[in-house]
Design a protein around this ligand. Structure first.
Ligand code: SF4
Length: 185
């Protein structure tokens, strides 16, 4: 099969000073099958700008996103979770945006947890990026902005994702080689 080029992306897109990743190798795609990356607050207006006229972000989110309990983080000696928005899943558990040819249907506006991570980064690099993204999510919760409103709407509708540690365990069970994780919360 002839591979078509990936959709056009904005090569200048950065988040928190980090440059976007564009890797679509099998190892990176493996994350799409088990742990789709999380959205940050800035992803929502980016998605909204691409919605057809008349399509509301909340209505779109009900079809395409899930409320994840989010990653467990340690802060000031206390363990807690930062709830995140993640892509909805196909019946087989993979991201609903993963196409039959293993490409991302929303590549130009892929969530931060996808677009800024790949399995070839060092653990330190991935952790630094994830920490910064989660900080932005935490601030969104503290401010009660659209991100938290969408999450609450999805959770109340029962549209929830498994905890990331469950997704990761499923991935490890399916394929044992250890790989770096994406921004998988
Ligand atoms: S949004 Fe795209 S890159 Fe992210 S998990 Fe889904 S298919 Fe993969």
């Amino acid at each position: 099969m002839v591979q078509q080029p990936l959709p056009t992306i904005d090569p200048t897109r950065t988040e928190f000073g980090f440059e976007r990743s564009v890797c679509a190798c099998p190892e990176c795609v493996r994350n799409c099958r088990f742990i789709p990356g999380y959205l940050i607050p800035a992803d929502l207006p980016r998605v909204a700008a691409h919605l057809p006229c008349g399509v509301d972000l909340f209505a779109w989110s009900r079809q395409h996103l899930l409320a994840s309990p989010g990653a467990q983080v340690l802060r000031r000696g206390r363990v807690f979770r930062i709830p995140t928005l993640v892509p909805a899943r196909r019946p087989d558990g993979a991201c609903r945006f993963l196409m039959a040819d293993d490409r991302c249907a929303v590549h130009p506006v892929a969530p931060f947890g996808c677009a800024f991570f790949d399995t070839h980064q060092t653990r330190e690099e991935a952790d630094a990026r994830s920490k910064r993204g989660l900080q932005a999510v935490l601030e969104a919760w503290q401010n009660g902005d659209a991100y938290s409103q969408v999450w609450t709407m999805l959770a109340e509708a029962g549209l929830t994702a498994p905890p990331p540690e469950v997704c990761r365990a499923q991935m490890q069970q399916a394929d044992s080689p250890s790989l770096n994780q994406k921004g998988d919360v």
